[in-house]
Write a protein that binds this ligand. Structure first.
Ligand SMILES: Cc1cc2nc3c(=O)[nH]c(=O)nc-3n(C[C@H](O)[C@H](O)[C@H](O)COP(=O)(O)OP(=O)(O)OC[C@H]3O[C@@H](n4cnc5c(N)ncnc54)[C@H](O)[C@@H]3O)c2cc1C
Length: 427
């Protein structure tokens, strides 16, 4: 159940650092600790599941030549944003859009874990008690862990309900084609030609790794999930919109996901010695669901701090003003003041691509943010700002309610010829 060291149920495991959750955020952190040469820390990783294989695909933008580049499946200097009336090709230089499959990230983390001499506890963390100097973690069917610091990335609902609660939910097919049908030089970032839901916004996208192999996804930003058949119908519709002939295609893998899009709070420091990372710590950008860049940035900050003998506390994932702007934008989209595809179309139409992407990562200056805000329609945004302020006051005066949990993704049967979850196929 757990490895390394003579740990027994009666003798607690004393460590400097306990990572609760060993998914995306923890994997990036383990790799960062290794990269920054941290060697003298006693580390435990607690997760009932040992993550491996291809269970998700991360797409993100950034400068080339980061230490992630050797792990990428593909990257693109140009991306398309399409609406029913226009196809816009964006040159991202000096940034690039990149695709990273989970397998190489988990492999690198496993290697880092070995080099760091970490203890792996394959059990759920069940309770966390912080007395201000040490944190005691009780694990299901595993040892009690006593840690100086806990970095907790276990999925959890927000601390209280948001003013707007949407989900980014999607299904993707890894498609293998008999003929060259994809353009590997260019990804489709957002294609808003898909039929739009009554409430919310939908788009498709295409991430090609070769002229015959690509991830094609259908995504919605909306309050509720579709059914299994609903995702398949929407994705088949998008495939047809792309002009792809289904008889020359095979579905080799299916990817499903749900990511919160909400202004609800995800407290990053619930107690003195507990730091939350990943989606649980607020790394998911409310207006887009993008998470990877903030997780990567925070992993690097934590590792640098530990290497320098400082507490493992990263900067907030996004500046407070960005969280406020996202709350207003989500409200405007949810209450119908602004149409989703119009909102994103104007954003890319009136700003250089690099500014929009850096804004979505939360790293723009206030002057750049004014320019971004100016590209949205003013009146609905003013209405949403006023509505947001009124809602905050009402929420402060009213009774506290529990936040809704984030639903699990809808998973259908594996199509014939496709790899089961976590499988590896060409690409
Ligand atoms: C299919 C999919 C695709 C995505 N694609 C993108 C993308 O392209 N770009 C982007 O920016 N973001 C993307 N995201 C969002 C985000 O980057 C990922 O969800 C990312 O994995 C979040 O990392 P995390 O560590 O917060 O959570 P996870 O990676 O989900 O890790 C949480 C871990 O906690 C463990 N756990 C659960 N309960 C316990 C417990 N009691 N004790 C200990 N451990 C526990 C789980 O087993 C899991 O390993 C995607 C998400 C999904 C689901």
């Amino acid at each position: 159940m757990w490895q390394r060291g003579a740990v027994t149920e009666s003798a607690p495991l004393d460590v400097d650092l306990a990572l609760l959750g060993g998914g995306g955020a923890a994997s990036l952190l383990l790799a960062a600790l290794d990269r920054h040469g941290v060697r003298d820390l006693r580390i435990a990783v607690v997760d009932p599941v040992r993550r491996r294989g291809q269970d998700r695909t991360w797409a993100f933008w950034g400068h080339p030549d980061s230490d992630l580049d050797p792990l990428l499946s593909a990257s693109w200097q140009q991306v398309e944003v399409a609406t029913p009336t226009r196809r816009r090709v964006l040159d991202l230089a000096p940034l690039r859009y990149a695709m990273l499959r989970s397998g190489p990230v988990y492999d690198r983390a496993a290697e880092a874990e070995r080099r760091l001499g970490a203890t792996r506890i394959v059990a759920p963390a069940e309770s966390v008690t912080d007395d201000g100097t040490r944190v005691v973690v009780r694990t299901g069917a595993g040892p009690v862990v006593r840690a100086d610091w806990v970095l907790d990335s276990r999925p959890r609902p927000p601390a209280r309900p948001g003013r707007t609660t949407w989900l980014q939910h999607f299904r993707g097919w890894w498609l293998e084609a008999d003929q060259p049908v994809f353009d590997p030089a260019r990804a489709v970032l957002m294609d808003f030609r898909t039929p739009q839901p009554a409430r919310g916004v939908s788009f498709g996208y295409v991430l090609p790794v070769s002229d015959r192999y690509a991830l094609v996804e259908y995504t919605e930003f909306s309050p509720g999930l579709l059914t299994d058949a609903g995702y398949d119908t929407a994705l088949a519709g998008y495939r047809d919109l792309l002009g792809l002939d289904p008889t020359g295609l095979r579905i080799r893998e299916v990817e499903n996901g749900v990511i919160p899009m909400t202004d609800a709070p995800f407290p990053a420091r619930p107690s003195a010695r507990v730091v939350r990372l990943g989606t649980a710590g607020g790394a998911t950008r409310p207006s887009t669901g993008f998470t990877f860049s903030a997780m990567y940035r925070q992993a690097d900050q934590v590792a640098r701090a530990l290497a320098a003998g400082r507490p493992p506390v990263p900067l907030p994932a996004y500046p407070r003003r960005h969280r406020w702007m996202d709350a207003v934008a989500l409200r405007a989209l949810d209450r119908g003041g602004v149409g989703g595809r119009e909102f994103f179309d104007r954003l890319f139409d009136r700003n250089p691509a690099e500014r929009v992407l850096r804004f979505l990562d939360g790293v723009t200056s206030p002057a750049e943010e004014v320019a971004v805000m100016n590209s949205t329609r003013l009146l609905p945004m003013i209405a949403a700002t006023a509505g947001d302020a009124a809602h905050r006051v009402r929420a402060r005066l009213g009774p506290t309610r529990p936040a809704p949990t984030i639903p699990a993704a809808v998973v259908g049967p594996t199509p014939p010829g496709a790899a089961p979850d976590g499988g590896t196929l060409p690409g």
